[in-house]
Design a protein around this ligand. Structure first.
Ligand code: 13P
Length: 251
């Protein structure tokens, strides 16, 4: 049975005081019986204070990015070891904003995944099509390619540490979420794709979460789909009430 996961990707938002305010507000609402795994993904600058504030709670911490290299003279980069040292368990890899704004290609993403795994992190690999690609009927091809190239060379054991996030680029920050049936269709296709390359248990057990304009209003129908195992939330995770409402709607 796959445990649902709700992750809040704060992107380039929240100073340290703002991060702590949000965390305390959220901790005041969540109780220990919450059946959902909750992950906060603040900017790098807030990771350490966030970890301190979350000490003893069941909320996990993730990072938004990782260097493809593991150490050394790499100005401006953050390695997996550094992320682990501030309490991260998860790391986002291949977010469309990284692919599009920073030209991260599948080879770079593959290297980041391998580095993250070798350093003990649990990566969340983001995949998804643009609106033009969807209109041209290329969605499954694009995602198939992102999976094949991104996951190239990972062992079955490593695959067991992976989470996938389907984030259609056109749905991110647009207020226009993909419809639940569209999401189910793609998540099922991803599972089928994986089952042709890995042990059946890998495809069956891997968590595939959806991201793209998830809100308290639309999340119940999205999360009710059989192959949807949670949400990767951007904008709505910046407010404790709306993020909690999303977590609470998943039961
Ligand atoms: P929004 O929820 O703001 O659309 O962002 C989604 C996202 O990119 C999460 O990684």
């Amino acid at each position: 049975m796959r445990k649902m996961l709700v992750a809040g990707n704060w992107k380039m938002n929240k100073t340290v005081p703002e991060s702590l305010e949000l965390i305390h507000a959220l901790m005041g609402k969540l109780n220990d019986s919450c059946p959902v795994e909750v992950v906060l993904i603040p900017p790098f600058t807030a990771l350490y204070p966030a970890a301190e504030a979350l000490r003893g709670s069941r909320i996990q911490l993730g990072a938004q990015n990782i260097s493809h290299l593991s150490k050394g003279a790499v100005t401006g980069e953050i390695s997996g070891t550094l992320l682990i040292s501030v309490g991260c368990r998860y790391v986002l890899v291949g977010h469309s904003e990284r692919r599009n704004l920073f030209q991260e290609d599948d080879a770079m993403i593959n290297q980041k995944l391998k580095t993250a795994l070798s350093e003990g992190l649990y990566p969340i690999l983001c995949v998804g099509e643009s609106w033009e690609e969807r209109e041209a009927g290329k969605t499954e091809n694009i995602i198939g390619h992102q999976l094949k190239a991104g996951l190239d060379g990972l062992t079955q054991m490593e695959m067991r540490k992976m989470t996938l996030a389907y984030e259609p680029v056109w749905a991110i920050g647009s207020g226009k979420n993909a419809q639940p049936e569209q999401v189910q269709e793609i998540h099922e296709a991803i599972r089928n794709n994986l089952s042709s390359q890995y042990e059946p248990a890998v495809a069956k057990d891997i968590r595939i979460v959806y991201g793209g304009s998830v809100t308290p209003e639309n999340c119940s129908n999205l999360m009710a789909q059989p192959d949807v195992d949670g949400a990767l939330v951007g904008g709505a995770s910046l407010d404790a009430d709306s993020f909690y409402a999303i977590i609470n709607a998943i039961k």
